[in-house]
Design a binder for this molecule. Structure first.
Ligand code: F6R
Length: 636
């Protein structure tokens, strides 16, 4: 979603703000802007630009920022304080007028905002009635005018003015506010939208996400809901709760490196992140297995779970809530939990769950999966589940994210920073973690024998190496992608966890290549989708036919689509001779190493990620920043 950077200090704010915004570009944006406190004029310079085709937003903005924002040729001053923003339109079209920062009527105040001010219409009417003039269609602009009013009412106390303004807002917001009369400080505030702070020897910085900060400091503070903070140019900050009580916040050490936030030699983040997956798998599995000893059977270590074993045994139902790719991981987790723990599991799209009075009570374990930990729909589902008395287990990748504060318990996947909008390594880590959790539940509920669990675990341990061998030779994937890149639509078919793997494969293809794709449980194709197949229609079919209980049925489905003239790409197990014979008839085959069916999604989803990426590249799409999408969807 939108990105915020705010800095005040003893070095030039312009380069810090532009650098920070560049690191947030991965979030997606349609416009960007800066507000710089100009020490020469005592005013705020606001510079805003709309995205231009084929050009990086920050590059365009950088050109527009004067070397010296007051008087050209005068090198003797620098801009100490400023705020910056990359916008992803919600209220109001992408335009310069709607780009942030937004100002008040006096021109002394500038505001950048992430989130949605839900009561902006009422506030705007109220402010208009009192004579304020609005220049944009955004919800954000009301904040600037509210601060303007309260600044007068609070005797020019900026912090009090912001507190009073924020108290009037409903909805989600992360805000950074600059005032021309306070050139050595900034006020930031948040509710339901992420905001991180840090200090350095040369100033204080805040941003909507850590990549904009870690170049300057790794020790960060995640600001609480409706809390505000004052950043000072001397490199200090002060956090206050909604009542204005000053407190010393907990500092969190950010472990991911700046290099994680860069491409490391790969042409795009998505490819880099796909190739990081063996390491992510190793990190996710590490430390979970406890071998049998004299006193205990082999078991898994899930110390983070705040539920006792007795409580895990008495759970009557599990409900998994998530969106997009995380929802697909949930579908795979559900199959494994039902199979191993013999507990009913339903998987719900979070945006539906919230609005349909679901049956959830204190005997329900709600598992909320979110890579970012900030997805608004998933957070709403968490709140509903908590109100209904359920125990909520959050599974996320981001320390300090909203979900970690709202769930009863959190387990972190070990995907590390994921920058590409299309989720890849976080999906794999989610699936691996859910597999472990399903095994753990199975053991605790006495439904999965310890030796069977140990056998599955040793197969899991072997996966990173198998994945490395797959990633070492991707020619068959490239060739298949080349043949399918001009398809009019594509069908993905599989059965069991293979069908879910296909849902994820089709989503990846759609979101980054803009090629329409749909996935089906293969048994369903004769109930409708088969009508799409026609030799002249260029509708290739991707079929997942690795070794499984339904392998024979998949072969029959493959024959069905071949007979109707579709070009077929099959994912098969290495050494499968029947598929090798079909390859002689002109189908494409991508082989994956032998793996038990329950673990097949972990290996099979990787060629589908690469397949989508190669097609997207062949179609000249921006792989990391697909149109209309954002990495973290903090609006409902
Ligand atoms: C697709 C993708 C999205 C996210 C979805 C949920 O590649 O990344 O579908 O999975 O927006 O995001 P999180 O997991 O952050 O809640």
């Amino acid at each position: 979603m939108c990105g915020i950077v705010a800095f005040t200090g003893t070095v030039d704010a312009r380069s810090i703000l532009l650098g920070g915004l560049a690191r947030l570009e991965y979030r997606g944006y349609d416009s960007a802007g800066l507000a710089l406190l100009n020490p020469k004029t005592g005013l705020i310079d606001i510079i805003k630009k709309v995205k231009q085709p084929g050009r990086g937003m920050v590059e365009v903005l950088r050109e527009a920022v004067p070397e010296n924002s007051a008087s050209a040729g005068d090198d003797s001053f620098f801009v100490a304080t400023g705020i910056g923003h990359t916008r992803w339109a919600t209220h109001g079209v992408p335009s310069v007028a709607n780009a942030h920062p937004h100002g008040d009527c006096t021109g002394e105040i500038a505001v950048v905002h992430n989130g949605i001010v839900e009561n902006h219409t009422a506030l705007r009417e109220e402010l208009l009635a009192r004579g304020h003039e609005f220049r944009s269609q955004t919800d954000t602009e009301v904040v600037a005018h509210l601060v303007e009013e309260y600044y007068v009412a609070c005797n020019e106390d900026l912090v009090e003015a912001v507190r009073a303004a924020v108290a009037r807002l409903s909805g989600s917001f992360a805000l950074a506010i600059a005032h021309a009369k306070h050139p050595k400080e900034l006020v930031v505030a948040r509710n339901d939208s992420p905001l991180v702070l840090g200090v350095t020897d040369y100033g204080a910085i805040a941003a909507s996400d850590t990549p904009a900060i870690i170049e300057h400091t790794r020790d960060v503070v995640y600001l609480g809901d409706r809390h505000l903070a004052i950043l000072r140019a001397d490199g200090s900050y002060e956090c206050q709760d909604p009542a204005g009580i000053v407190y010393v916040p907990t500092t969190v050490r950010v472990e991911h490196s700046l290099e994680d936030a860069e491409r490391g030699g790969f042409p795009d983040f998505m490819l880099k992140e796909i190739y990081e997956q063996p390491r992510v798998l190793r990190d996710t599995i590490a430390g979970r297995f406890c071998a049998a000893n004299k006193c205990e059977q082999a078991h898994l270590n899930f110390d983070e779970l705040s539920l006792t074993q007795e409580e895990l045994r008495t759970i009557e139902r599990v409900v998994i809530v998530a969106c997009g790719t995380s929802y697909h991981a949930g579908l795979i987790g559900a199959e494994l939990m039902e199979a191993w723990a013999r507990v009913p599991v339903s998987v719900e799209v979070a945006s539906e769950f919230c609005y349909r009075n679901p049956i959830v009570n204190s005997h329900t374990l709600v598992v909320a999966i979110s890579q970012s930990g900030e997805t608004a729909d998933t957070l709403e589902a968490v709140r509903l589940a908590r109100r209904a008395g359920a125990h909520v287990l959050g599974i996320t990748n981001v320390v300090g994210s909203r979900i970690t504060l709202e769930a009863n318990t959190t387990i972190f996947i070990k995907a590390h920073l994921e920058i590409s909008v299309a989720a890849t390594k976080s999906f794999l880590a989610q699936v691996a973690l859910l597999t472990l959790l399903a095994m753990h539940l199975g053991c605790v509920r006495n439904q999965l024998a310890a030796d069977k669990m140990a056998a599955i675990f040793s197969e899991l341990l072997a996966l990173p190496e198998k994945l490395e061998s797959m990633l070492a030779d991707v020619n068959s994937i490239k060739e298949a992608a080349e043949k399918c890149k001009d398809a009019s639509t594509m069908l993905f078919i599989g059965r069991g966890v293979g069908a879910t793997t296909c849902y994820e494969g089709a989503l990846k293809l759609k979101e980054i290549s803009y090629l329409h794709a749909e996935a089906f449980a293969a048994g369903e194709i004769k109930h409708g989708p088969l009508a799409l197949i026609d030799p002249s229609a260029n509708t290739p079919v991707v079929a997942l036919a690795t070794q499984s209980a339904t392998y024979e049925k998949m072969l029959a489905n493959i024959e069905e689509v071949i007979a109707r003239g579709a070009h077929v790409v099959v994912l098969a197990t290495e050494g499968d001779e029947r598929i090798a014979k079909l390859a002689l008839q002109g189908i494409d085959v991508i082989y994956i190493p032998k793996v038990p069916e329950c673990l097949s999604p972990i290996l099979a989803s990787v060629p589908l990620q690469l397949f989508a990426r190669y097609i997207a590249v062949a179609r000249n799409c921006d792989v990391d920043q697909p149109r209309n999408l954002a990495k973290s969807v903090t609006v409902v």
